[in-house]
Write a new protein. Sequence first.
Length: 332
Amino acid sequence: MFIDQAEIFVKAGDGGHGCVSFRREKYIPKGGPDGGDGGTGGGVYFIAKNGIDTLLDFAGKHHWKAERGHDGAGKNMTGKSGDDLYITVPAGTIIYDLEKEVVLKDLHVPDRPVCVARGGRGGYGNAHFASPTNQTPRHFESGKPGQERRLRLELKLIADVGLVGLPNAGKSTLLSRISAARPKVAAYPFTTLEPNLGIVELSDYRRYVVADIPGLIEGSHQGQGLGHDFLRHIERTRIIVHLIDIACLDGDPAQNYHTIRRELAEYSQILADKPEIIVASKIDLDPDGEKLRDFEQALDRKVHHISAVTGANLPPLTELLWQQVQHARNRE
């Protein structure tokens, strides 16, 4: 199950209470106060990891709490601090504070813990309050409460290349041919119901990640269809590959291209400004190339043409994508 949004409650551990105790030893009739301080409560940390591509762990668990600090004890013994709670999320997760409506952290770099709730300080024991004028203090300090927050987690998959296009444009088929990913492929629209990631492996240990999102339709930026919920996942991509069904039975390929371009611009200018490679798919259904020529003439732009079914022109396309990914990485 793919889950890319979740709302949770996190609470750091409360501090332990201080202790009221007096020294009791043989031959020492007037031992002083020796009550120890309470331990600090555990904090709540998030840590991003590669290899995880869903927030599924938060589907059935909405409350996360760290351990409270232990109470102080006699003989000036400080209570043990509570264990910190580390919550693992996919790389690319953004953490929002729901009440303050601010972004706390964008966890796009893996293996860097981020504290979102600090543990409460432990309370002082009575030994802390001893003074020349108060040699037998009988009061202590309670532990401070740990910080708590209501959070919204939003996942934006991290990929080098994002595949976009109308439903049934051939995105899933292309992903399955150039990578080891096995998305559902069928001869009807909206077979892709959730994003899919695939790793393209080339010679000399070269590799890059490709993301396929559900097909877009006109009005996607307003929530129509399925693509709107997943457009955020290509905001992080370095390159957009715009797949056009050159042999589409409904509509004109050039018109379909401009439809998707409008949706990207309406959703986010970041998406609209990304480098784009236009790919005409299913050229095996256009044997004389007439539709491809009309499409190129209408756009007046360079159009790459492939057939994911027959494998035509796939190696040159994967090499081109590698060059563009490397160029984007060098710019960054």
